[in-house]
Design a protein around this ligand. Structure first.
Ligand code: UD1
Ligand code: CA
Length: 457
């Protein structure tokens, strides 16, 4: 992209508005779509163009917005008072390198595609290019007025439009491109003489047209690509559209989805061959599913890698885990961060794991807490086993070596090592290391009192 461009490119993102119609304390551009702020989506599309500069005009909730993007390679421009989109652009333009081509984006139009923006830039070489759409209801958007020869005359905002103008179907999508210097000249002529008493960026279009500048239009072919987020309802619709697009990609790649409308990917999901995902699963962060992995209904997987042929049963919640091949997980398994499982491990219902390694072929099938633990291979952990890893101040590690058998309801008080092949009697509280290959029992002996009589009432 960079080589084919004669001029340098500056992308300016308008993101200073409060988003009144969201009725929220959170600045609008921080509201999440697919788990990431709206602004993150816009910046991603901007970066794909490899611009020389990205400037973000921010204002409402400035500290919060900057904090959410700490370390991002953008220039922050503050618009202390939100006097309109034209005023917002005017704050950023002086910071653009001389002779640049400028691409202006709305921070609340998150599903934009770099390919469309590329077409817009190509169309703007001579003067001004705007992105428009006429595929959906234009309510709320600025309408594009054309003359008898179909040339763009101006854009009129919904709130300023006459009844006749409101019937126009073509609307301005919130992206325009022009040379920086010309844009500055047009922008200086914008006045806040309108229903909202704001400096409208869209007035630039009429000003340029009056100066006989040809206004090129690039049409978006997918209405979702240019849909803006002004209300919670619009955001909710966009979330479904985004998720449906992801579901389509998964299906296309050969993944089985029990219901394409009931899967949520809030990050990156990569799947091997013949993966099957049941309804209502949520994938967050970076999730990788190996060949033939099956995920049951209502599972949440966040930053998880799953080996081939593993099956995850219903209602499992896995966070930052690395799972081997041919494992069986759940139903109702919980993994907190830092879990790594070898191959053919079985983790059953109501088992919570945290910061633990479980060796190949080991099992914890029912009702356990295993934290800060190193479990060897072919270990059987009985129902109700608890590792007591915390004394109220510090955390300690438990080691269970290969081929141990931990009886039901054992409590293992860390730091403790259960040596290879140990058997632990059910109900034992183990606070000392055990010798290998022996049965250790640590519980009161059972007594029966032959002469005992129940008291008479
Ligand atoms: C704007 C366009 C409208 C277009 C629509 C497309 C104007 C006047 N209208 O309307 O023609 O159809 O987008 O989605 O441009 N902002 C600032 N500073 C301000 C005001 C707004 O940075 O003083 C930012 C907002 O944070 C937002 C963007 O500019 O990201 C657009 O503002 P918004 O108020 O949502 O404009 P719309 O009414 O949607
Ligand atoms: Ca908007």
């Amino acid at each position: 992209m960079l080589e084919s461009r004669a001029m340098s490119l500056a992308v300016i993102v308008l993101a200073a508005g409060q988003g009144k119609r969201m009725h929220s304390a959170l600045p609008k551009v921080l509201h999440p779509l697919a788990g990431r702020p709206l602004l993150a989506h816009v910046l991603q599309a901007a970066r794909a163009l490899e611009p020389d500069q990205i400037l973000v005009v921010h204002g409402h909730g400035a500290v919060e917005v900057r904090a959410a993007f700490a370390g991002a390679r953008v220039e922050w421009v503050e618009q202390a008072q939100q006097l309109g989109t034209g005023h917002a652009l005017a704050q950023a333009l002086p910071k653009v390198a001389r002779g640049s081509q400028v691409l202006v984006l709305n921070g609340d139009v998150p599903m934009l595609r770099a390919e469309t923006l590329g077409r817009l830039l190509a169309a703007s070489k001579k003067g001004l290019a705007i992105c428009t759409c006429d595929l959906t209801d234009a309510t709320g958007y600025g309408r594009v007025l054309r003359d008898a020869r179909k040339r763009v005359r101006r854009v009129v905002e919904h709130k300023d439009a006459s009844a006749k103008e409101l019937r126009i179907r073509e609307w301005y999508a919130g992206f325009l491109a022009a040379p920086a210097q010309r844009l500055a000249v047009w922008l200086a002529k914008v006045r806040p003489a309108n229903a909202q008493k704001e400096h409208y960026l869209t007035d630039v279009i009429g000003i340029a047209a009056r100066e006989r500048v040809q206004v090129a239009t690039v049409k978006a072919t997918d209405p979702w690509e240019v849909a803006g987020v002004n209300s919670r309802h619009e955001l909710a619709l966009l979330e479904r559209a985004y998720q449906n697009a992801q579901a389509d990609k998964l299906l296309e790649a050969g993944v089985t989805l029990a219901d394409l409308w009931r899967v949520d990917v809030r990050g990156e999901l990569s799947c091997g061959r013949d993966v099957a995902i049941d309804v209502n699963c949520v994938f967050e962060g970076k999730v990788t599913l190996g060949d033939r992995v099956r995920v049951g209904p209502n599972c949440v997987l966040r930053d998880v890698i799953v080996g081939a042929d593993t099956e995850i049963f219903a209602y499992s919640l896995l966070d930052a885990a690395h799972i081997g091949r041919r494992c069986r997980i759940g139903p109702f398994s919980r993994m907190r961060p830092g879990v790594s499982l070898g191959d053919e491990v079985r983790i059953g219902n109501f088992v919570e794991l945290k910061a633990s390694r479980i060796g190949a072929g080991s099992k914890a099938n029912h009702l356990s807490y295993i934290g800060d633990t190193e479990v060897g291979e072919r270990v059987n952990i009985g129902a109700g086993t608890i590792t007591c890893n915390y004394d109220g101040v510090a955390k300690y590690r438990t080691v269970i070596e290969d081929e141990c058998f931990i009886g039901s309801d054992a409590t293992l008080v860390a730091p403790v090592t259960i040596a290879k092949g140990s058997y632990i009697g059910a109900g034992s509280t183990i606070s000392k290391n055990t010798p290998p290959g022996q049965l250790t029992v640590a519980r009161a002996r059972q007594v029966s009192l032959a002469n005992w009589k129940p008291r008479k009432k």
